[in-house]
Design a protein around this ligand. Structure first.
Ligand code: CP
Length: 320
């Protein structure tokens, strides 16, 4: 089956997932992001690469980092950005997702950036655009259910490369609620493609997908064992909004067993970096001393996210 995000010429048509995304495309995005990160240091941050293009941000789920950095990225590329307020849009009156898409397409949209609680919603939009002859409109998945968050995965790869240079010698630990995490899935697929030497997942059994080993990861239930000697620690939030039933005794018990404290971080390599996609729950998955400590690169991740999103959007629009 053809990868729906790659067109018949092998170019990126949509960005829906990091699963199956060719290594050359990932590397091209990371390489293209580097000069955009430098532009951010300049007094005048705007580039004309997407002048005249209309980008619609469709966030059917809450967001601080992703929605804002997509907007900043689009504005830095000189695009026109329209943020649909879902609560005051006609979606609240029962309009279907595809009817909303059709109406926004009629307003000459060039790109939809979509976050949705339902896994597969951005795929549905991409398939609908293809079926109705509107292939010129691009779709970027900004997080769908527990399935994928590809720009987060890519900005995480950019962050790792920035601090560690080479993927192939690294041991990376992902700690926490992998079961409900679209971020973890996107990270694992991207890291596997980029040749990370060892990917560990550290979590209680109740927070791991069945057969997670098939994704090419090593499973640890004991955080002290899992953190020993790692280069990168990627923390995950407990996704309470996606949990059905009690998977954990309490947040306090979880912190005791899986919270990242300075003592536990000391088991990693001395130059290990600590990452978190946000939002953080301090005192649940991460101690404030670590979140604000010298190993944390959590805020640089956010800044790099602008450059990576500029790279993705300009590549889709043919400008990079
Ligand atoms: N990392 C992330 O997706 O954060 P937001 O939910 O704030 O966009």
């Amino acid at each position: 089956m053809r990868n729906p995000q790659i067109n018949r010429h092998g170019k990126l048509q949509h960005l829906l997932t990091t699963e199956g995304l060719p290594r050359e495309i990932i590397t091209t995005i990371l390489d293209a992001a580097a000069p955009f990160a430098e532009v951010a240091e300049r007094e005048v941050k705007k580039l004309p690469l997407m002048r005249g293009k209309s980008i619609f941000n469709l966030f059917f789920e809450n967001s601080t980092r992703t929605r804002t950095t997509f907007e900043i990225a689009a504005k830095r590329l000189s695009a026109d950005v329209i943020n649909l307020n879902i609560n005051t849009s006609s979606a609240a009156k029962g309009e279907t997702l595809l009817d909303t898409v059709d109406n926004l397409s009629a307003m000459q949209a060039d790109m939809f950036v979509v976050r949705h609680a339902s896994s597969g919603a951005p795929y549905l939009i991409a398939e609908h655009l293809a079926a109705t002859g509107r292939d010129h409109i691009h779709v970027v998945n900004a997080g769908d259910g527990r399935h994928a968050h590809p720009t987060q995965g890519l900005l995480d790869m950019y962050t790792i490369r920035h601090y560690k240079r080479d993927f192939t010698s690294l041991t990376v630990a992902i700690v926490g609620d992998v079961l409900h995490s679209r971020v973890a899935r996107s990270q694992i697929h991207a890291m596997t493609t980029l040749g990370v030497a060892e990917i560990r997942v550290i979590a209680p059994q109740t927070l791991l997908p069945t057969n997670v080993e098939r994704m090419g990861v090593r499973v640890f239930h004991n955080i002290d064992e899992g953190l020993r000697g790692v280069d990168v620690v990627m923390m995950l939030r407990l996704q309470n909004e996606r949990m059905q039933g009690a998977l954990l005794p309490s947040p306090q018990e979880y912190f005791k067993s899986y919270g990242l404290t300075p003592e536990r971080l000391a088991l990693a390599k001395p130059d290990a970096i600590v990452m978190h996609p946000g939002p953080m729950n301090r005192g649940v998955e991460i101690d404030s001393a670590v979140a604000d400590g010298t190993h944390a690169v959590i805020l640089p991740q956010v800044t790099f996210g602008i450059a990576v999103r500029m790279a993705v959007m300009s590549m889709l629009a043919g400008g990079a």
